[in-house]
Design a protein around this ligand. Structure first.
Ligand code: AR6
Length: 186
């Protein structure tokens, strides 16, 4: 059975889900993109495949307008063929040892993603573990950073539900331990 855990945080809730984010029907799913919004491997590739051919054009329009999306930034597009109505594209930092602003940039990636959701009146958001794949951010350091930003948004009533998708049993276990430590296990 794939892992699942739920936590009440303020008036909202956080769910940790072991599985594929592209099947989620949240108001928005977040994509771990690159600065060119050019598509790629990992969760980015999966989201592009599932969203269909209109997504690259929407991404190109944004890049034509803003140049490139820096690490820690986030932009929103429609979800096109996804069950989710919107995609929030964020760029996490590339891990270079942790002394070059990576934790701050990762915090910003989550916070700016939440800002885009709130600006569009969205209350349920699904996240992947940004930067912890190709970009190499250690999972045990990423989890408490991400969970802290999510908890702040839930406690403040800015979001109603956050769904955190983890790929694989090992990643799920790390995130569940971090969430149990922060929010109390059950
Ligand atoms: N659902 C949920 N999580 C997934 C899925 C999925 N379908 N597929 C992979 N993951 P990564 P990054 C997990 O590498 O580190 C791309 O090429 C994966 O196991 O997708 O931010 C972009 O274009 C990992 O835990 O993103 C960028 O160039 C997590 O998602 C670059 O990779 C993130 O891994 C971004 O690297």
């Amino acid at each position: 059975m794939p892992g699942h855990a739920a936590y009440d945080i303020g008036p909202g809730s956080l769910r940790l889900i072991e599985g594929d984010i592209t099947v989620d029907d949240a108001d928005a799913i977040v994509n771990a993109a690159n600065s060119a919004l050019a598509g790629g491997g990992g969760v980015d590739g999966a989201i592009h495949r599932a969203a269909g051919p209109k997504l690259p054009a929407a991404c190109r329009d944004i890049i034509a307008r803003i140049g490139s999306l820096p690490a820690g930034g986030a932009v929103i597009t429609p979800g096109f063929e996804l069950p989710a109505r919107h995609i929030i594209h964020t760029v996490g930092p590339i891990w270079r040892g942790g002394e070059t602003g990576e934790p701050e940039a990762l915090r910003s990636a989550y916070a700016q993603s939440i800002n885009r959701a709130v600006e569009h009146g969205l209350t349920t958001v699904a996240f992947p573990a940004v930067s912890t794949g190709v970009y190499g951010f250690p999972v045990h350091l990423a989890a408490p950073i991400a969970l802290g930003v999510m908890a702040e948004a839930l406690r403040g009533g800015r979001l109603r539900e956050v769904r955190m998708y983890l790929h694989g049993t090992a990643a799920f276990g790390v995130w569940r331990s971090a969430a149990d430590a922060l929010f109390g296990g059950n």
